[in-house]
Design a protein around this ligand. Structure first.
Ligand code: ADP
Length: 673
């Protein structure tokens, strides 16, 4: 399985696994973070609550200590047998120093008030309702005091004031004893509100809402503005007093600072945010990586499909000449598998043994860093079965992503088919030319027979005459010796003439290899002259030849150019074969001309004074098989143009003055003049 196929199949499974892992990770992290934040919040709450409880306990003990001190101070009022008046003066001083007390009374053992003082800080509390209304609490407190033989309190109660408000008060009763005998009572009335205002540390009153409450939560006295947040911490502390119990309540308006209650939580939260951000970045990175993987797999698949569909062989080699890559087309071309080829060094298994030296040399030139021709070069490779085939190789340096050359990449084209087609077309071209020549000869056969008739008739005449003379016996030899010798010489001459005619045809028809050679134009004309003359004599055409002075030789395939000249001469003579044309001249000229600034060209022209070429004929003159003659093939001119163009020249025609046509073609001059 190839890498990209594997990648493609593994993709769904790995995607599922990756998603599951990511979900689990995200869940775990979220759970962990939530727990951390919750624990931090919990810890914070516990801290606040603990401090609140501590502060409440401290507040209770502060109040208790103050109450104790007050009891002692009150007892001090009785020292030295005070008179009601002196007592009142001391009590007034005392009240001045203790705002929490609103009234102090000295009562006798029958609970009658002997003296009393109200606090100077407010209007007397009992003015509106009268002291009588609170008698029961006082009695209760004093009963408690008697029972405990010490200071005792009664439950607090509300006293309405004249200004429409009211005050919660607490009665303290101190039994006054002398030598174990009860002499009276000291009754002090606390204002709970003032207790909160005066007896608590400032720090407590500033930070909390502090209150005395009843068991059901009803507030009796309150200090501190209620700034209620969403979460209020509360601590309640019982304050046991002899005879009664007060509840001190502390409310902290520490409204849930909630998300970031303290540094710890803030730290945890910051770390959580960092963690989540890192996870998000990681996720993004994974997604990008996943996309890159996906794109890469696509690109690989695309490349593979492209390589597999190529008919061009591809091969890569490293700088040491080891094969590092071959595509299927290359393997198919040479018949080796990629396993056999990969890693192989020089000489490669597909090099024909006879070329190994040459190829090695070529490789060393390449590996030395010399660039091959851009258009490629041809070479011969060997298939695994030993058969050779021609290839076109195009090589280019292999440059990696860092811009460093790591080897060579070569593309191969099997050109055996192309070669075969070329060979085929060359053969058919040659065959066509041979056919055209034969056709020409066929046409000339009648002319030939006419031409041969003359020498043959002469030979036959001489031969008959000689036989006649020889019939007279041996003396005839003596008598007519010179005549017979002359007749024999004539016979020989005529036979030679006939032989020449036949040879000229034979020479022309004989197929020769295409070889370019430097030939004097004169020789070309002379070669076709016997054949031209054959027809000229028949058509009563005068043949005129003009070769310019110092005309150099022409570089050409001699047979082919002779064919061109013969064709043109023949066409010219046929054009003049009209009854009304009396003066029939065929003019063949050769001269040096200038083409494109170069003088290395010769111009051949064949002119007639025939009928000329009609415009509609002109259009199709060079089309193969176009002819106006009943016995014509129509191949002559098309062949002429092909031949001239193969030599690099051009064939044109133009009207001849005063009448007829002139065909002109150019050929390059040869090296030898
Ligand atoms: P073919 O000679 O077999 O007819 P060619 O290709 O040589 O074939 O000539 C094609 C035609 O071109 C001729 O049939 C003739 O009509 C015309 N042609 C060629 N040369 C001349 C010429 N010198 N004058 C007039 N017509 C010509």
């Amino acid at each position: 399985m190839s890498a990209e196929q594997g990648l493609a199949q593994a993709r769904p499974a790995s995607t599922l696994r990756r998603r599951t892992l990511w979900s689990v990770l995200v869940l775990l992290v979220v759970a962990m973070l939530a727990m951390l934040v919750w624990l931090a919040g919990k810890y914070e709450t516990a801290q606040v609550q603990g401090r609140l409880e501590r502060d409440a306990a401290e507040a209770v003990s502060d109040v208790r200590a103050a109450f104790m001190r007050n009891v002692q101070s009150l007892q001090a009022l009785q020292y030295g047998d005070p008179t009601p008046n002196s007592w009142a003066i001391d009590a007034a001083v005392f009240l001045h120093a203790h705002r929490e007390l609103v009234r102090v009374e000295w009562r006798d053992s029958a609970m009658h008030v002997r003296s009393h003082v109200d606090t100077p800080f407010r209007t007397p509390v009992f003015d509106r309702v009268g002291r009588g209304n609170s008698q029961s609490e006082v009695v209760l407190a004093c009963a408690n005091a008697r029972r405990f033989s010490g200071p005792a309190y009664a439950g607090s109660y509300f006293v309405p004031l004249t200004d429409g408000l009211g005050v919660e008060v607490l009665e303290l009763c101190l039994p006054l004893e002398r030598a174990g005998k009860l002499e009276g009572y000291l009754v002090a009335t606390y204002s709970l509100q003032e207790v909160l205002e005066g007896l608590l540390a400032r720090q407590v009153t500033r930070n909390y809402e502090i209150s005395f409450t009843e068991g059901d939560g009803t507030r009796l006295a309150l200090r501190g503005a209620a700034r209620r947040g969403s979460r209020v911490f509360t601590a309640q502390q019982l304050m046991d007093l002899a005879g009664t119990t007060l509840v001190l309540r502390l409310d902290s308006w520490r409204g849930a600072p909630d998300l970031f209650p303290n540094v710890l939580t803030a730290l945890v939260t910051a770390m959580s945010i960092a963690l989540v951000s890192v996870m998000a970045l990681l996720g993004k990175d994974t997604r990008r990586r996943h996309k890159a993987e996906h794109d890469l797999a696509d690109a690989l698949a695309f490349r593979k499909a492209m390589e597999d569909s190529l008919v061009t062989g591809l091969r890569a080699r490293d700088l040491q000449g080891h094969i590092t890559y071959v595509n299927p087309a290359f393997c198919q071309m040479v018949g080796f598998t990629d396993v056999e080829l990969l890693g192989h060094s020089m000489p490669a298994p597909y090099w024909p043994p006879e070329f190994i030296d040459e190829y090695q040399q070529r490789q060393s030139i390449r590996l030395a860093g010399n660039l091959p021709p851009r258009a490629g070069f041809e070479s011969t490779f060997m298939r695994k079965d030993g058969s050779r085939f021609p290839v076109l190789i195009i090589e280019a340096p292999l440059i990696n992503a860092q811009g460093v050359q790591t080897g060579w990449m070569s593309a191969f084209l099997d050109i055996s088919e192309q070669r075969r087609v070329e060979e085929l077309s060359r053969t058919s071209q040659e065959r066509l030319q041979a056919t055209a020549r034969l056709a020409t000869v066929g046409e000339m056969a009648s002319l030939l027979s006419h031409e041969l008739n003359q020498p043959l008739a002469a030979i036959s005449g001489y031969a008959a005459g000689s036989i006649n003379l020889l019939q007279d016996g041996p003396q005839a030899l003596v008598e007519f010796g010179p005549d017979l010798t002359l007749a024999m010489r004539r016979i020989a001459e005529q036979a030679e003439r006939a032989g020449k005619v036949i040879k000229s045809v034979h020479d022309f028809v004989r197929r020769r290899d295409q070889v370019r050679e430097a030939v004097a134009p004169q020789l070309l004309l002379e070669a076709i002259l016997p054949l031209v003359n054959l027809q000229a004599r028949k058509l009563r055409v005068r043949v005129q030849i003009e070769v310019g002075p110092d005309v150099p030789s022409v570089l050409c395939d001699r047979t082919m150019v002779e064919q061109v000249l013969l064709n043109l001469a023949r066409n010219a003579m046929q054009a003049m074969d009209q009854p009304d044309i009396v003066e029939r001249v065929l003019l063949m000229r050769v001269r040096r001309v200038r083409v494109g600034g170069s003088t290395k060209w010769l111009e051949f022209s064949v002119a007639d004074i025939g009928v000329g070429i009609a415009p509609d004929v002109q259009q199709q003159l060079f089309n193969p098989f176009f002819t106006t003659r009943a016995e014509g093939m129509g191949l002559g001119l098309s062949l002429c143009r092909t031949v001239v163009e193969q030599h690099g020249g051009a064939l044109v025609f133009e009207p001849h003055v005063p009448q007829g046509t002139v065909f002109i073609f150019t050929l390059p001059t040869g090296a030898v003049a």
